[in-house]
Design a protein around this ligand. Structure first.
Ligand code: SF4
Length: 378
């Protein structure tokens, strides 16, 4: 147990594609929520004693929707409840462009935050409007420069592609603009239309025009090529970094390792049990107030499920799944468990099988879901 995720479910504006657990900031009991998150962490007092954390990620929602004072209180709580023995290597916070004032940046810096993950999505103002984002390109420039001035050098920009009406040329321009900011890490995810979103409703009504699948594939290939040209190493299907600046926290997930989840709707994985917290803010708070925790479900992961997860999470990484590591975890060889699937996927040109590991080919990265599906046996 070396990682913790903390969820701040408030946003000043709701984006058209978003299916995260979030609510409008206005009229929410934000101060009380922060107190309940701290209480939830306090309830797990074994953490700082028995499992000094290596990574913390605060996500949302939008953590930077909080005021400087609220952020300060949150960090005070995190420090006293989770970091009595501070061995953190990564303390990351998700941020929206335009919301990071100098004051907030200094609160983050003083608390020991050393990585910012900024939700840029696109450098095309028209597209930003289209997908319901409120920031504009100039906000991104201002935010990144301010963050650098405040001493942050580990900055990631999150981009999206295959947006409604987006052309390959437009995405190329976004990438080129992104590179002018000289940050150390980028992620680029294709838009996925999820139920209960504005985009989903538009799609149902036939009023959403998305780029065809071939164009989406071209955009993905373009991202991989351009990142490589600029010296960014792809280390996961959608993530690229200057070596040494990979997201340690996210690697915990892809390595199928344990982590705590705090806050409304947060997920955790503790000692073989996948946990998920109650999503609605008010209910979450009531439960924490009464019980100290707010689990909605606790699922004991069977050995079979753990092996499947090891595969579809591990194969997201460019280095793939190491055979020795798999054996070390499950006391079974990878071949004895998945030999047939591996053989077929190698035959289809989707996987490479070496003495030490298996990993996706370029074609396999494009057809990731087809590969992952093969390892779902239960
Ligand atoms: S995408 Fe981020 S900022 Fe937009 S509504 Fe969702 S959580 Fe909030």
């Amino acid at each position: 147990m070396q990682s913790a995720y903390i969820h701040i479910p408030f946003c000043h504006h709701i984006c058209h594609y978003c299916d995260f657990n979030k609510v409008f900031f206005k009229q929410q009991p934000v101060d009380e929520y922060i107190e309940m998150v701290i209480k939830e962490m306090h309830h797990r007092s074994e953490i700082s004693r028995e499992h000094p954390l290596k990574t913390i990620f605060i996500g949302g929602g939008t953590p930077t929707a909080l005021s400087a004072k609220q952020l300060d209180r949150l960090f005070e709580g995190i420090t006293s409840e989770l970091l009595t023995e501070n061995q953190l290597v990564e303390f990351a916070v998700e941020a929206n462009p335009g919301e990071l004032t100098e004051e907030k940046l200094s609160v983050l810096k003083n608390a020991g935050v050393n990585r910012l993950s900024i939700g840029v999505q696109s450098f095309d103002d028209e597209l930003l409007k289209e997908i319901g984002r409120v920031h504009r390109t100039e906000d991104v420039f201002r935010t990144v420069h301010q963050a650098e001035k405040s001493g942050f050098d580990n900055i990631s920009l999150d981009l999206m592609y295959a947006l409604p009406g987006q052309t390959v040329e437009q995405f190329k321009k976004t990438l080129q603009t992104a590179f002018t900011l000289n940050v150390k890490h980028y992620s680029a995810y294709s838009l996925i239309i999820e139920p209960k979103t504005v985009f989903y409703n538009l799609m149902q009504k036939g009023r959403l025009s998305l780029p065809p699948q071939e164009q989406e594939a071209i955009m993905y290939e373009l991202a991989m090529e351009e990142m490589e040209k600029q010296g960014f190493k792809q280390y996961e299907i959608s993530n690229y970094a200057i070596p040494g600046y990979e997201s340690n926290h996210n690697i915990t997930y892809w390595n199928n390792e344990y982590y705590y989840g705090f806050g409304a709707g947060a997920h955790g994985y503790e000692d073989g049990i996948r946990t998920s917290n109650i999503g609605p803010v008010k209910k979450y708070m009531e439960n924490v107030l009464e019980l100290g925790s707010a689990f909605q479900s606790q699922h004991q992961v069977s050995m079979e499920e753990a092996m499947e997860e090891e595969m579809f999470l591990g194969l997201r990484k460019v280095e793939g799944v190491y055979k020795e590591r798999f054996f070390g975890k499950f006391n079974l060889t990878l071949e004895s468990k998945f030999g047939e699937q591996i053989k077929q996927l190698v035959h289809k040109g989707l996987l490479v099988d070496t003495e030490k590991s298996i990993f996706l080919t370029r074609k396999g990265k494009l057809l990731g879901n087809e590969v992952f599906q093969e390892f779902l046996i239960s």
